[in-house]
Design a protein around this ligand. Sequence first.
Ligand code: ATP
Ligand code: MG
Length: 412
Amino acid sequence: MGQILKVLKGTKDILPQDINMWQFVEEKANKVFSSFGVKEIRTPIIEVTELFSRGVGDTTDIVNKEMYTFEKSERSITLRPENTAGVVRSYIENGMHRLPAPVKLWYHGPMFRYERPQAGRQRQFHQVGVEMFGIKQPAADAEIILMATDFLKSVGLNDLEVEINSLGCPKCRADFKEKLKAVIKPYLNNLCEDCQNRYEKNPLRLLDCKVPECQAIYAKKEIQEVIMSDFLCDECREHYKELKLYLDNLGIKYNENKLLVRGLDYYTRTVFEIKSNNLGSQNAVCGGGRYDNLVEQLGGEPTPAIGFAMGMERLISLLPQKESKKLDGYIVSNDSQEAFKLAQELRAHGLNIEFDLANKKFTKQLEKASKVANYALILGEDEIKSNQVSVKNLATGEQKAINREDCKNIEV
Ligand code: ATP
Ligand code: MG
């Protein structure tokens, strides 16, 4: 006998008993995002590696440590670790900048990151996200955050915390980075290895280090003063102020978090996260932000853009379990030719129907019906002769004979 093979570490089957949660979330996403005029896009799961090293940024954990990369015909190919870069590539390649702005796109699907698997962290996981291109005004930021919170509400999550911050533009951020580096410099040797690397390459990332020793250093008064200082230039400050005004007027509650810097290099101005206290240490459901320079960086026309991505596993883990749906009807009959016919008539009317394919006894078929269906549709010799079906409501036990063509109207 062959050895039993197992699913790869950090990956999971989504089993039939759980699929209705996924379908529910995907349907809500389609409904809510469509209501904002967002169209779905599906990009390939594999892309050229350079898309991510240029698009996500080669100082990020994703590109440095987490990518699944392989060679094929002397090309370096990577399983997408996120979908923003792919959507931007497609936007440019398909000339979507010629469409009237904004171009609003949503996606959902699997992403791949070689991380240490733990609660809330897998190697193949799923994201649902939205990207909006062509609008630099803060109304776009507000609409994106509104879409995220509306979608979360639509699946039943109301008690999540929205955190926002502004990272400024490359200009005002450069000064801030220098100040931050200067004040941290005396402690450089005491920082963790990751922080020592980030210090030159991506100093903003120092702020979201989880190592307690580093956190203790960043909590020092002189460092906190720099972190908490207002470094935004006039335009960036105005943008951030207007965004907050929109959120206030929309009734979206938020906390401002100066430590929220996000992992990716491409963000400008607005960044945000949506968190749940019920998720333990991996508590972020949604991460997003503005990336006004990415389209140009990937070879497109300069185009402002903003978007978010949500982790679907984390989202679904917060929802109450849903019962799987039963069949509308299970046909109970010793005449499988007739059962096939009736099943096809009813399926054509949109009902979900099964019947016994293995010549089981009538009583066994009835037992099965009561487990899997809302109605038993009994098609005995008498019924076939009189062109009727005895319909048994399996919740109440009530049974009555009805004309065959009325069968399609069983209440479901
Ligand atoms: P984290 O700080 O949790 O690593 P991140 O900054 O890497 O998050 P993003 O790249 O912004 O996350 O992805 C958006 C969302 O996707 C996250 O908020 C989270 O819900 C989900 N996510 C990210 N990585 C994973 C993973 N390995 N497994 C499951 N979900 C994930
Ligand atoms: Mg991560």
